[in-house]
Design a binder for this molecule. Structure first.
Ligand SMILES: O=P(O)(O)OC[C@H]1O[C@](O)(COP(=O)(O)O)[C@@H](O)[C@@H]1O
Length: 368
């Protein structure tokens, strides 16, 4: 009984108008069955190419391991890096590592095993890691965003951006070409994805045509397409920001938030606030329900967070902005460059930007 209910729910999804009315005709054939991420990437779907399929198979594997790790009863000692020594050991090597470091290692090992990655840059590392000379791809990533919330079992996420290796600079010294490859503008992304570790584990990806979400089926280990061709609502009714910073905000941002809270903006409805303080979770909700998710101070990273998420929101019909400029048009100059970030529905972002001065100028450091 339970299993027929379960498959019934799946069939509903398969036959839903959004699944049938997909933008990409070749994807329709896949949507006629409940497709996995791998099937979708294959020839019957988006035809992402063998190299990218192999890479994603490895990323999938790494993220399933991270999903298990964040849900593990043993993760609280990992997340605190409290230095519990295992019996009989005395060296630092045996100390538990924080979850974001463990996640970084899991993904790096998968990228190495894929054989498809020339260079990887991670929010957790000081500089890029050169992996293999002939790898066709460059991967930039935040291995475990929101990990400061993990002790309270609040959702976390992994973010990836994937570029092609710049073959024209293959002759440069490794350090130089590694950095240049990782500093490509977001407009050159060939794919981006995030994985949300929450009540469900969801992998949301774009390979350039549409943004699609796949939910991990724990019974088979497959990521099943549950949200084909996500279209962010043109306008939402939710704003997502750390409100406690109100008195550090610029005048424009205060006015904007005051206006939409009271239902006096272009949308004559009072907005509601939602803020998980976990970027992937706040972004995922925004993608599905619309509105705007923002961090107006120089905090989030252009390379690892802003670019991949802007790529995904744009492919879903939304916008990614630093308050003034389109994120994907900003040329990164530093690997760990930080900036204000506003992601969301096109009409909400346009209205927000019309207030001009929405970036937070002061960043006093909030130790929480
Ligand atoms: O403290 P703020 O400005 O609300 O920032 C919260 C944001 O910072 C993050 O925790 C990422 O910051 P870290 O990379 O320092 O962990 C996001 O998940 C979240 O959206």
């Amino acid at each position: 009984m339970a299993s027929s209910l379960f498959s019934g729910a799946f069939n509903l999804r398969v036959n839903s108008p959004s699944a049938v009315g997909s933008k990409n005709a070749s994807v329709d054939s896949v949507n006629s069955g409940f497709s996995t991420l791998m099937e979708y990437m294959g020839k019957g779907g988006v035809d992402a190419g063998d190299d990218l399929i192999v890479l994603f198979a490895h990323l999938e594997y790494a993220c399933k391991k991270i999903a298990a790790l964040v849900a593990s009863p043993f993760n609280s000692s990992l997340s605190k890096n409290v230095g519990i020594k295992t019996a009989g050991s005395s060296s630092d090597r045996d100390k538990p590592k924080p979850l974001d470091i463990v996640s970084n290692e899991i993904i790096l090992s998968s990228l190495r095993n894929s054989g498809k990655v020339a260079v990887m840059a991670s929010e957790e590392d000081d500089g890029p890691v050169w992996i293999t000379d002939d790898g066709p791809f460059v991967v930039v990533m935040d291995p475990l965003d929101g990990s400061r919330n993990i002790d309270a079992s609040i959702p976390t996420g992994t973010i990836f951006g994937i570029y092609r290796r710049l073959v024209e600079i293959d002759h440069l010294p490794v350090e130089e070409k590694a950095l240049i490859n990782c500093l490509q503008s977001g407009a050159k992304l060939v794919a981006a994805a995030y994985v949300l570790y929450s009540s469900a584990t969801i992998l949301c990806a774009s390979f350039g045509s549409g943004t699609h979400a796949f939910t991990l089926d724990h019974t088979t280990g497959d990521f099943l397409m549950t949200h084909p061709n996500i279209n962010i609502p043109p306008r939402g009714q939710i704003y997502s920001v750390n409100d406690a910073r109100y008195f550090d905000w610029s005048e424009g941002l205060r006015q904007y938030i005051d206006t939409i809270r009271q239902g006096k903006g272009k949308h004559p409805k009072k907005y509601s606030a939602r803020y998980i303080c976990s970027l992937v979770a706040d972004f995922h909700r925004t993608l599905l329900y619309g509105g705007v998710a923002m961090n107006p101070r120089d905090h989030l990273r252009l390379v690892y967070e802003a670019n991949p998420l802007s790529f995904l929101v744009e492919k879903a019909g939304g916008r990614g902005s630093d308050g003034k400029n389109r994120i994907l048009s900003i040329q990164p100059v530093k690997l760990h460059q930080r900036l204000p970030l506003f992601l969301g529905s096109p009409e909400d972002i346009e209205e927000l930007q019309s207030y001009g001065d929405v970036q937070q100028k002061v960043n006093p450091g909030y130790n929480i």
